[in-house]
Write a protein that binds this ligand. Sequence first.
Ligand SMILES: CCCCCc1ccc(-c2ccc(S(=O)(=O)CCO)cc2)cc1[C@H]1C[C@H]1c1ccccn1
Length: 240
Amino acid sequence: ALQHRLWPDIDRLVKQQVAMSRMGIGDCGTGWQLFAEDGEMKMYRREEEIDGMVVDPLKAVHIVKGITGHEVCHYFFNPKYRYDWETTLEHMTVLENISDDTLVFLQTHKRIWPASQRDVVFWSHIRKLPNDQDRDGPDIWTVVNNSTESPEHPANVGKCVRIYLTVCLLCQTRVHPPKDGAPITRDDVSCKITYCSVVNPGGWAPASVLRAVYKREYPKFLKRFTAYVINQTKNKPLMF
Ligand SMILES: CCCCCc1ccc(-c2ccc(S(=O)(=O)CCO)cc2)cc1[C@H]1C[C@H]1c1ccccn1
């Protein structure tokens, strides 16, 4: 395929993020603390600071019945759905349509008192990966979002503080074939979702405020997003 300017970065980061996501919490070494749990959803964080700024890595694992990894990644990647599920979003622009699987976004997020408002520029890439652990299992789907520069939108010139993030959504579909050989329905599928993110808040914000924001916003985001995908797909044919 024709390579574009971001391709080497994207390819390297996707491979690195997928490898990290596939590691369980256990073998990521210690330091992960469970901070939120709701049914099948478990959220872990590590407390890390860079230059006194909270950049706590987050890892969430969730198992959702009735949807596939392709569907989860489709609704996460495609800009036309984002305002429906991203509650902290104030404005979103697609700066570049690099290819049908790679976009560059500019997003401004609602201000969270007492911190100043944030914006972010990132490339977003969706990819299907062969399921090398279970050869005849369904493919794995992933979306990786990673901050990038935009000459037209330099950091910290307007009212917003630029944040920097790396996000990886990795989805493994599981099919539980019906005994009587009947066609597969939504009752026979589930999706194991791993969501990893590291957000550097850019300018300084009180550690207590940031940790409270993350503790509130991440569980809300994953629950709302997965409920959105269930609702959007329930009367549609399965997308594998
Ligand atoms: C003082 C607060 C500073 C940080 C505010 C902020 C900005 C962007 C983001 C963010 C930006 C992108 C992504 S994504 O996964 O790529 C999807 C596409 O939107 C995810 C999260 C997060 C937060 C932090 C609110 C926290 C928060 C956490 C989950 C959801 C929303 N807000």
